[in-house]
Design a protein around this ligand. Sequence first.
Ligand code: MN
Length: 764
Amino acid sequence: MQTRPGSAGSGAAPRSRPAVRRSPEQRAALAALQEPAAPAAPDRTAAVSLAGLLDRLSGYLPAQDLQLIRDAYRFADAAHLGQYRASGEPYISHPVAVAEICAEWKLDTQALMAALLHDTAEDKGITQAELVEHFGSTVALLVDGLTKLDKIRFSNREENQAESFRKMLLAMARDIRVILIKLADRLHNMRTLGAMTPEKRRRIADETMDIYAPIAYRLGLNQVYRELQDLGFQHSHPMRHAVLSQAVRVARGNRRDLVDRILAVTTKSLADAGIPAQLYGREKTLYSIYRKMQRKHRSFAHVQDVFGFRVIVPEVLDCYRALGVLHAQYKPMPGKFEDFIAIPKLNGYQSLHTTLVGPTGVPLEFQIRTESMHRVAESGVAAHWLYKAGESPDAMAQVTTAAWLQSLLDIQNENRDAAEFIETVKVDLAPDAVYVFTPKSRILALPRGATPVDFAYAVHTDLGNQTVAARVNGELVPLRTDLRSGDVVEIVTAPHSRPNPNWLSFVRTGRARSKIRHELKASQQAESQALGRRLLSRALQQQELHLDELDNAQWSRLLHWSGNRTQDELFADIGLGKRVAEIVARRIQMQLAAVDQRTLEEHAGPGAEGASRDTLQLDGSEGASVHYADCCHPIPGDAVLGYLGKGEGLTVHQQDCPHARRLFQKHPRSWIDLSWSPAVSGPFQVGLSVVVSNGKGVLARLASAISEHDADILHVRMDDEAGQPTIELRFILAVRDRKHLADVLRAVRAHKFVSRAARIKARS
Ligand code: MN
C-alpha cells in the first residue's frame, strides 16, 4: 500500500523514454515544461514555490544554509523530472510543500533538505550512497528513515495493530525529525487528497485517523492533530462531513451576534481591569462536533449549544486576574473550574478552564493562558523544543530523540508527574520491543533480542515446532539472529521437523521456551510409549500372549492396578523404566487367567484389589527387568522394598538395608511396596559368612554340607592370612528362601570347626 496520493505511479514517464503514451494531464504538464525557451530551466511552478520556501527560511536559517536547500531542491527536481501528482502538478511541488510545512515548524537545514529529498529514494531509485555523497550522512539517514516508513504496509484495521504500528513507527524513527517530516508529508498528502479515487481517499483517510493523527496528538502537535482529523473525517465520511459543515455554517451566522456581544463586553472588562489580553471566540472542529454527537448521542443543536472563548495574557499572574474579572462579569458554573496551570496535564498542557453562565443562560467555556502556554497547547512539547531550537539553529543539528526527551524534562521539571510522563513517552519512543512483520504484513511485537524462533512460536505453535530455517528481509539467516524493528520474517518449515533442544539456549520469549519444552517432552513421551509398547509385547510373547487379547474391561482393570490413566501412559512408564514390562505382562497373564477361572478377581473384588494395588508380588520369574540388590541379597521371606531407578528397572532391597534407606531419603517417591508371591520359585542369591578354625579340608567339608542341602555355591572368598588361628569364609549361595537358608545354616553350624555362621548383612 502506498500512501502517496501525489505519485502517478507507473504512469509517470521516465525522461529517458519519451515515446511512452501520456495522459492528457501529463501532456499538458510536459507542454508547460517545454514552453520556456531555455531547455535546462526547471519547471516554473516549482521554481515559484521554492522562492516562497526560501523566503520563509531566510527568516530563521543562516544565509549560507539557503544554498544547501537550493542544492537539495535541484537534486530532487532532477530526480522527479517527468513525474506528476494525481492532480497533474509536477511531482516536485509535493516535496516543496512538505518542506514549507517543516519551515512553519522551524525545522533545521538538514530536516528541510531531507523533506525536499524524501521521495527520491523510494520513487526514483536514488541510492543511500548517492545521498551521502551529495548531502552528507545525516540527511541521507533522515531520507532513509522516511523511505523505510513508506515501505511499511498497514493492512489490518485491528485496534492493537494500529497501536503496534504507531509504536513501531516511533521506534524506527530514532531521530524525531523523521517523524516530524513524515507528519508534514502526510499533512500535505491529506490536503491534496481530492485528486484520488474515492476508495483510495477513504483508505488513506482511515489510516491517517488510525495512525498519524494519534501520533501528532502524542507529540502535542495539536494543530496538526486537529487538521489531520478534520481532513480524515472529510475523506472517510464525505456525506456526513458535508451535511455537518453546512449546519455549522448556518449556526455560525445565528451565533455571531451573541459571540460578538460577549467578546465586546469581556474585552472591555479586561481592559478596565488593566489586563492586556487577546480574546478569541473558539470554533470547534467539525470532527470534534461529530465525535461529541456520536459519543453523547446528542443532536447537532445540543452540541453547538456551547460557546468557547480563549483569553491570552502575558503573565501567569494575569491568568488568575483575568479569571477574577470573568467571574465577576458572569456567574461561574459550580464544579466547572479547573486549574491546569498549577497542575499541568501530562502532555505539558497548561491553562485555566472555567464555564460561565452567559446572557441567555447559555454556557460559555473560557480558556485562560499565557503566550507560551498557548504555544505548548498548539504544538505541544514539540513546539517548546522547536522554538528553542529556532533561537539557536546550531543546536538543531544534534537533535535526537534523546535530546527531545531531555527537552520534555525541562518543560516538566515542575510537574510532579514528570517521571510518569517521561516513562510514557519513553515507552513509545524507545520501547523495549521490536516490531516485525509476517510475510502477510501482520505486525508482531516481540521483546528486544527475540529471534526468528520466537517469532515463529508467536505466530503459531505449529509453525514454531516445524521451523527449520528463517528468512529475514528475504535473506536466510541463522535461527539465533536478533530481530530488528521493521524486519519482515519468513519461516521455512518442514512437516516432520521437531524443535531443536539448542533453541532453548537463545530464545527470548517465555512462550517459545515453554512450547519447545513441551514439544520436546511430548516427542520424548511418544518415543517412550513406542518403546514401552514393544517391551510389553515382547514380555507377553514369552508367555504366548498378545496385547490384542485385552478387551476394554481388561485394560481398565490393568490401568486401575498400575495407577495409570491411559494405555499410553502405562506404555510410557514401561519405556522410561518406571515399570517393568515382565511384571505388567505377568499381571496381564493373571488377569486373563482369572477371567477363565472366575476366581481371583471375583473373590477379591475391586475394593480388595485396591489394597494390593501398589504391592507388587515377586515370584522370581521376572527376568532381567528385576534386579535383586547385591548389597543385601533379599530372599523370599525377607521384608522387601522395590526401588524404581529411572531406566534401570526395579531393584529389590531388604527393608532394613542401609543402602536402601539412604536411597529412600534421596528419592522417596521412587519406591514401591513389594511382597513375595506364595508361588515364588528361586533360586535367590544370599551371602553367608562362616568363621572356621584353620585346618586342612575345612572348605571341602563345608561345601559338601551345603550342597547336601540343595544349595549351590556360586562364589566363595577366603581371607587367607597366614598364622591366624581362624579364617572367615564368605559364600554367595543360591537358596530358595529364608527357610532353606536356615536349613543350610543349621547344617553348617553342626560342624565343630565352625565357630560362627551367619547371613551377611549389608554394611552401612
Ligand atoms: Mn511524500
